[in-house]
Design a protein around this ligand. Structure first.
Ligand code: F6R
Length: 258
């Protein structure tokens, strides 16, 4: 796991550099797309590069991580709507190239299975963007999730519903109680995982993710078992890291060995 402590402003460009390098060597790469606040600077950086003619997603494909159960794709808070607004409508993906789980499917278990199969049939995710919840969730794998889980229905914690109420006009009761989410086992199959976190509210979760015991209590800790994870955090999100000095030193010296 590589930990990069940097300014919030530079995170977007650093991840956009990784995605541009991936698309240069594999134009039909499969991207795993997070929603929420954390990836917004990445999506801004990608949109700017496409507008400048420096980057194209025309052959790429994408899969989002999760969806609220019961919100139709036209609902302003559905993650399908959110990814379309934040990224898809601003770059040049082909029609239908970005798929999201359908939280209104009549048979959610069948939808979950077909989502996992679609990712596998696309060849798997080359680069997965992740945020992290204040309770340590990735996608919507809340504490207690099986570390080997596949895409399925989960119940959101009260903390996550409170955290996300800001997207629902501050009304926690408007935040659905259930979601369809890629499992931790599904996410772990991505070839490169890039997790971004900013702000003091994420500091405890980031500490557990990088330095804690691997445990279902902090689901993101499963990433310690992945061979290629990059964690980009600002100073506030890094403020609980015990080995911050070492991570800075390793990053400053990484060109000497790579
Ligand atoms: C979103 C997702 C979630 C968020 C996490 C952090 O698709 O899967 O895991 O990444 O809740 O949310 P933000 O970035 O809004 O703080």
């Amino acid at each position: 796991m590589e930990v990069i402590i940097t300014s919030e402003e530079s995170i977007g460009d650093l991840v956009a550099d990784d995605i541009a390098a991936l698309l240069a060597r594999k134009p039909d790469a499969v991207l795993g797309l997070a929603t929420g606040s954390s990836p917004l600077r990445i999506y801004d950086a990608l949109a700017a590069r496409v507008a400048a003619g420096a980057l194209s997603f025309s052959q790429a494909r994408g899969f989002t991580l999760d969806e609220y159960v019961g919100l139709s794709s036209g609902h302003p808070c559905s993650y399908r709507t959110v990814i379309d607004a934040d990224l898809v409508s601003r770059v040049d993906f082909a029609d239908g190239a970005v798929r999201a789980p359908d939280g209104t499917a009549g048979d959610l278990a069948m939808e979950a299975g077909s989502y996992d199969r679609a990712i596998a049939e696309a060849g798997g995710v080359d680069l997965q963007i992740l945020g992290i919840g204040t309770d340590g969730h990735i996608a919507f794998n809340e504490p207690g999730s099986s570390l080997a889980s596949r895409t399925r229905v989960k119940t959101l914690t009260e903390q996550t519903r409170r955290d996300n109420a800001r997207f629902f006009g501050g009304d926690v009761d408007a935040v659905p109680r259930h979601c369809l989410t890629q499992g931790l086992g599904t996410i772990m199959e991505a070839r490169h995982i890039v997790l971004v976190a900013t702000g003091k509210g994420k500091a405890e979760a980031v500490h557990h993710l990088v330095e804690g015991a691997v445990s279902a209590l902090w689901p993101a800790t499963i990433l310690q078992h992945h061979p290629h994870v990059t964690v980009l955090v600002d100073e506030a999100a890094a403020s609980r890291l015990q080995l911050a000095g070492y991570y800075r030193y390793a990053y400053a010296n990484r060109s000497a060995v790579s």
